[in-house]
Ligand binder design. Structure first.
Ligand code: 5GP
Ligand code: MN
Length: 331
């Protein structure tokens, strides 16, 4: 049996499924969870989505978003299956990991190369732009009707993880999937308006503060910006408001590696987002610091201040760039 059929058969044989995704869940995680919830409910299977935290406001328009629960809601359902979406490891489920029902099968559906294959059934499609694209394949392979609600959720998953079809993970299949989703009722203009043209003025002020920290090094090949907790206090914003801030240093001509350092005030840690134009492997870099991700986009968490995180990471990136330069010279 194909993996697509095996997974759908397992889901439709369950009574009540727990759907979840990684900590600080993004458009791909939320879109995939909601799409699969609508698909499973259509087949008469009950689903509950539980994430580590609340979803960012820009995704609240998604059909079914109001049904998404947080771990702190303390739901006590009797689950007989878990489906984890877009999460490279069990650790990335954060608090949800400790609340997983015992002795229940886990289906792991993801597209990160760093995926640890932690499920009883694993479908890790490295070539897929997003987990949303894999869920689209699941629907196609099983002849599941794509309603406008499902189409909206999957289209959102795909556009957010491909940076609106700009990143290198965008393939012809990604575009074909998106086209089919539009045919099934997803509205590109409405979805883009909700996600990209609804910035609040205080978030724009936060951008201004973050951009003022811009630093370039290694002859303009490395660009980094910082977001300190104090900036959130000044502007009345939250950590989630900065999910695409790494695009600012990345947009500079000649930049090979863009880094975003975000202070997490509550636990004295710094979240680092890493982006590359392709010459340096960000997954390998992030894994050196206990994180992971993809070749061109990865992240990790450093125990300590932003300044400490700079000191840990920048010399490593500089060295990797230098080694790469030597290698390219020799070839
Ligand atoms: P972001 O910088 O947007 O938080 O993450 C970029 C990519 O790297 C995403 O695909 C995300 O799932 C992955 N990623 C970010 N942080 C971590 C981490 O700490 N561990 C792992 N395994 N992947 C991460
Ligand atoms: Mn993803």
């Amino acid at each position: 049996m194909s993996i697509e059929n095996e997974i759908w058969k397992t889901i439709t044989s369950a009574r009540c499924v727990l759907l979840t995704s990684h900590e600080r869940v993004d458009g791909d995680g939320i879109g995939s969870e909601l799409a699969l919830m609508h698909m499973a409910r259509g087949a008469g299977v009950e689903c509950v989505i539980i994430n580590d935290e609340a979803i960012p406001v820009e995704y609240e328009f998604l059909p079914g978003a109001e049904k998404i629960c947080k771990i702190s809601d303390g739901r006590q359902d009797e689950f007989d299956l878990v489906v984890s979406l877009d999460s490279a490891s069990l650790e990335r489920l954060r608090k949800v990991k400790d609340r997983l029902p015992k002795g229940v099968k886990i289906i792991n559906i993801d597209h990160h190369i760093s995926n640890t294959q932690y499920g009883d059934i694993n479908w890790v499609g490295h070539e897929a732009s997003s987990t949303g694209e894999i869920i689209f394949n699941l629907a196609q392979a099983n002849g599941i009707a794509i309603t406008p609600e499902i189409a909206t959720c999957l289209y959102t998953a795909i556009i957010t993880d491909t940076g609106r079809f700009c990143y290198s993970n965008t393939s012809s299949h990604t575009h074909l999937a998106a086209a089919e989703l539009v045919r099934c009722g997803a509205s590109p203009s409405e979805i883009s308006r909700q996600i990209y043209r609804a910035e609040r003025s205080n978030v724009l002020r936060l951008r201004q503060l973050a951009l003022a920290t811009l630093e370039l090094s290694a002859d303009g090949q490395i660009a980094c910006i910082d977001v300190a907790a104090e900036m959130h206090r000044q502007t009345g914003t939250k950590y989630q408001d900065t999910h695409d801030f790494v695009d600012m240093p990345k947009s500079i001509k000649g930049v090979e590696v863009a880094l975003l350092f975000r202070e997490i005030a509550e636990d004295g840690k710094t979240r680092v987002s890493m982006r590359s134009e392709g010459r340096i492997d960000m997954n390998t870099l992030a894994q050196k610091f206990g994180g992971g991700g993809h070749k061109r986009a990865a992240g990790c968490t450093i125990d300590g201040s932003i300044e400490h995180a700079h000191k840990c990471i920048l010399p490593v990136v500089e060295k990797l760039l230098e080694t790469q330069r030597q290698n390219e010279k020799e070839q």
